[in-house]
Design a protein around this ligand. Structure first.
Ligand code: HEC
Length: 152
């Protein structure tokens, strides 16, 4: 059993130690954020994509950096899976790609807007996320679930 003064010391020591650790981690996060998010690369095109992403409720179906809904694929690493030209063609006419499957909204974006969305995906992909997502093997999943194969 701890005596009263030992318990007080234990409490104070623990509080001070973990407050210092918390402070150090906070400062370390603030110090690392600009480089890890490569904020400087967020230009006009990326901002346009970001705006379209927010205004068109893409997160109502997709996740990005794990945030959003689970109806449609996680898009943090979409440029690892798909060529920008594929994404461009897909966004212009999503229904043509996966007939008979879950549907994506056919947006009426201009070429400039689609370029903005692709720049936004590229920017997101450049964030150092400590390896998140461990890219779920989408292709394998689609194969296993017996759905139609992915058309590149
Ligand atoms: C109503 C739900 C819905 C919304 C809203 C939506 N999507 Fe999708 N999206 C889908 C579905 C479903 C798929 C996958 C089709 C499939 O696999 O059958 C998809 C696929 C994609 C893909 C291809 C991903 C891959 O790995 O093949 C991209 C890129 C994409 N969406 C971008 C967007 C963008 C950008 C927006 C917002 C402007 C958006 N989506 C809004 C449902 C949606």
């Amino acid at each position: 059993m701890l005596s009263k003064s030992q318990a007080r010391l234990f409490f104070l020591g623990g509080t001070i130690l973990f407050s210092l650790i918390f402070l150090w981690l906070t400062l370390d996060t603030i110090r690392q954020t600009p480089a890890r998010t490569h904020m400087a690369a967020m230009d006009e095109q990326v901002l346009l994509g970001r705006k379209l992403w927010d205004e068109n409720n893409c997160m109502g179906c997709h996740t990005i950096l794990g945030e959003g809904a689970y109806y449609a694929p996680e898009l943090t690493n979409v440029l690892d899976r798909k060529h920008p030209e594929w994404i461009r063609a897909f966004i212009r006419n999503p229904q043509a790609f996966y007939p008979g499957r879950r549907k994506m909204v056919a947006y009426d974006f201009t070429d400039e807007e689609i370029d903005g969305l692709i720049a936004w995906f590229r920017w997101v992909q450049g964030i150092d996320t400590n390896g998140f997502p461990k890219d779920p093997p989408l292709r394998e999943w689609i194969k296993d679930s017996g759905q139609a194969s992915v058309k590149e």
